[in-house]
Design a protein around this ligand. Structure first.
Ligand code: PMP
Length: 451
């Protein structure tokens, strides 16, 4: 394939890498041990690494670039906005924010008619929790284990994955519950029906034991993303909605990763007709072209702050460049039918191919997902389901598998014992097939570790 990478680009990339190692402090990493990959360029579903190799981006950059890289309409919208008005204080009306809010509330359930914009997902989660607490006058927040809600102080405490342990526990009132996760059921369930019933009974007991009148909010990822793209079993979300209604608890759906078409619906909760009270979003809202997140707010909760000030804010709440990118992204997704395309790719390509791949590779314990949102869960043994890397850690097998994917020409999203297949929603079918061919071949590396 023709590469857009010149010798000068390669040289600039080497220099950038040196400067990165000298001066950049990275998220989540042991700074001296980390070996970051350079990205020199990106287009559609491709990225080019520091050596000029073209990789098929099956990661969408942390499940972010739902419309692919460098979508011309979105790039043009950002340029147009930059030529007109780059930034403005959040108390002033700006047309990009007004229009973005209108478009987003067209997509959210009826009765969620207002949007508070943030800089990303973690602060969206934090503001959603703050709104729920102020609205209810209660303090406690229930959150699922095996979840990810962000890296800021409260968001990481709400998160239910091992990264929380290394942080301080200064957040008060956060209580975790066991999620419904049939493949590794905490309740000993063998069927989805059993899992739904037992997980809901556990949640109801927890609410009663924690004191319903103390609980402000229950937050969950409609489809947990970073924690493994495990789908809620039938009836689970309806049961959670019933419990939260019964006990006057605000239900926050964290759609930061699952939202904006990723699962083959605008929001993942659309698959189960769930109507949450607050929706935290980020990433896909503008495909991450400019940082943006937000909270869509149920009218009754917004009304709490009609006569009384909302005690929170951000300099960049509704940044014009970010909102112009959101308007152009949502418009392009609609015009190009990307959400339906994501649903088709999941149904006709990713699902069938991963299931077929699973049959031939003993290291594959489970495959699951919807739309362009899939996980391949790797195990040492299919019977015991012992994971190929510990939860929160890595293993030589997973490191070798990641390297084999890269060598084969795929940029994967690998997390603990899972490979996530999360391409842009508009990836051409041929590229998707080519990426899955590479995965198929690379999995033999993992098979060698099956005992
Ligand atoms: N919630 C979910 C479900 C996420 O996947 C993420 C990011 N991966 C966040 C919150 C945090 O978003 P950000 O990194 O933009 O703060």
């Amino acid at each position: 394939d023709t590469t857009p990478i010149s010798a000068t680009d390669l040289e600039a990339g080497r220099r950038a890498h040196e400067l990165d190692r000298a001066h950049v402090f990275h998220s989540w990493q042991a700074q001296a041990l980390f070996q970051p990959m350079t990205v020199l360029a990106a287009s559609g579903s491709y990225v080019w690494d520091g050596d000029g190799n073209r990789l098929i981006d099956l990661s969408s950059q942390l499940v972010n670039t739902n419309i692919g890289h460098q979508h011309p309409a979105v790039v043009a919208a950002i340029q147009e906005q930059a030529g007109r008005l780059c930034t403005v204080a959040p108390q002033h009306v700006n047309d990009a924010r007004s229009e973005a809010a209108r478009l987003i509330t067209e997509l959210t359930p009826a009765g969620l008619d207002r949007v508070f914009f943030t800089n990303g997902g973690a602060d969206a989660v934090e503001h959603a929790i703050r709104m729920a607490r102020l609205h209810t006058g209660r303090t406690k927040v229930l959150s699922a284990y095996r979840s990810y809600h962000g890296g800021t102080q409260l968001a990481v405490n709400v998160t239910g994955d091992p990264r929380r342990f290394a942080n301080d526990y200064s957040a008060e009132g956060v209580v975790h519950f066991m999620p419904a996760y049939t493949y590794r059921s905490y309740f000993g369930s063998t069927t989805e029906e059993e899992e739904t019933e037992r997980a809901l009974r556990h949640l109801e007991d927890l609410i009663v034991l924690e004191g319903p009148t103390n609980i402000a909010a229950l937050i969950l990822e409609t489809i947990p993303g970073t924690a493994g793209i495990y789908l809620p079993p039938p009836g689970y979300l309806a049961g959670v909605r019933e419990l939260t209604h019964r006990f006057g608890i605000v239900l926050i759906a964290d759609e930061v990763m699952a939202g904006f078409g990723r699962s083959g619906a605008w929001f993942a909760f659309d698959h189960w007709d769930l109507e949450p009270d607050l929706v935290a979003f980020a990433k896909g809202v503008n495909s991450g072209y400019v940082p943006l997140g937000g909270v869509a707010i149920r009218d009754e909760i917004a009304a709490t702050f009609d006569e009384r000030a909302y005690p929170g804010g951000l300099t960049y709440s509704g940044h014009p460049l970010a909102c112009a990118a959101a308007v152009a992204t949502i418009t392009a997704m609609r015009e190009e039918g990307m959400v339906d395309n994501a649903a088709r790719l999941g149904r006709e390509v990713i699902g069938p191919r991963l299931r077929e791949i699973a049959e031939r590779h003993p290291s594959v314990g489970d495959v699951r997902g919807l739309g362009c949102f899939w996980a391949v869960e790797l195990v040492k043994n299919r019977e015991t389901r012992e994971p190929l890397a510990p939860y929160g850690g890595s293993s030589p097998a997973m490191t070798e598998l990641t390297a084999a994917l890269r060598t084969g020409g795929v940029l994967p999203f690998v997390n603990f014992n899972r490979v996530h297949v999360v391409p842009p929603l508009n990836i051409p079918d041929d590229d998707l097939h080519a990426g899955l061919d590479v995965l198929d071949e690379a999995l033999s590396v993992a098979d060698a570790h099956v005992g």
